[in-house]
Design a protein around this ligand. Structure first.
Ligand code: G3H
Ligand code: 13P
Ligand code: ZN
Length: 285
């Protein structure tokens, strides 16, 4: 499997067989390696995604080259996806650089503008053989200081989800059903009825963002009800940095970065493997 594949090439099978493909955020070489090695060992299709922040940190060419290099050696299907792109230009830059998939996150726009902008991205992306994820409803962060009632108001309206999917032709649909990005202060409660309502109105594969810290039973239930892409970042950051801290505490005189980053990479790989098994994508590649 030397070339990168699109979301369609991994999510259609997931939808049919009721499992989900893990979408893991990558920011540097060790993270790319941890994710790909975990997917290889679990024989799972995998999505590596880079946020605009990751691109700013590592550089677009570095991200693309690292993932392409890793994918070239991999036997499992690998998608390279832009996570939460907020401009047409950012999506185009990623396509030009070699991404096989992009997300246009127009969730902060009005419904009409979100549809219009997402459609514009889809037109170009599809012509280039690249898949697109759109977002409807506002997912936000755990740090956003908003009340539960207010968060509920930001959740996805199923009729609007149907319109975004139908009118743009997106390949995946991110919805807000009670999750948030980052570390949860309270256990998140997912609105399964809302998920069922979206699924009833649209066949487009549905994406769960902010999935770190969501109890595995809740993630499994959501997958059973139609989630086919599960985004994980925070739990990977925790695994990586906690292990770095441990090693540095055990060996305060260590000055070789490889001796600190190597164990961190191993710990992250274990977490990715665990997630893959929860999502049921192990053995599917
Ligand atoms: O959805 C957010 C992801 O965790 C990426 O976060 O923008 O800090 O890279 P970031
Ligand atoms: P978490 O960091 O909460 O896992 O969210 C990841 C995400 O949704 C990336 O788009
Ligand atoms: Zn997200």
């Amino acid at each position: 499997m030397s070339k990168l594949v699109t979301l369609n090439e991994v999510l259609k099978d997931a939808q049919e067989k009721k499992y989900a493909v893990g979408a893991f955020n990558a920011n540097n070489m060790e993270i790319v390696q941890a994710i790909i090695e975990a997917a290889e060992e679990e024989k799972a299709p995998v999505i590596l995604q880079a946020s605009q922040g990751a691109i700013k940190y590592a550089g677009l060419d570095f991200i693309t080259s690292m993932v392409k290099t890793a994918a070239k050696k991999a036997t499992v299907p690998v998608v390279l996806h832009l996570d939460h792109g907020t401009s047409f230009e950012q999506c185009m830059a990623c396509i030009k650089s070699g991404f096989s998939s992009v997300m246009f996150d127009g969730s902060k726009l009005s419904l009409e503008d979100n549809i219009a902008m997402t459609k514009k991205v889809v037109e170009v992306a599809h012509a280039m053989g690249v898949s697109v994820e759109g977002e409807i409803g506002k997912i936000g962060g755990t740090e956003d200081d908003i009340h539960v009632d207010e968060r509920e108001a930001l959740m996805t309206n199923p009729e609007e989800a149907k319109r975004l999917a139908e009118e743009t032709g997106i390949d995946a649909l991110a919805i807000a059903i009670g999750t948030a990005h980052g570390v949860y202060k309270f256990e998140p409660k997912l609105d399964y009825d809302r998920l069922v309502a979206v699924r009833a109105l649209s066949d487009t594969p549905i994406v769960l963002h902010g999935s770190s810290g969501v109890p595995s039973e809740s993630v499994e239930k959501a997958i059973g009800l139609g989630i086919t892409k599960v985004n994980i970042d925070t739990n990977l950051r925790e695994a990586f940095v906690n292990r770095m801290r441990e090693v540095m505490a055990e060996k305060p005189k260590e000055i070789d970065p490889r001796k600190i980053l190597g164990p961190a990479r191993e710990m992250m790989k274990e977490v990715v493997k665990e997630k893959i098994r929860i999502f049921g994508s192990n053995g599917k590649a």
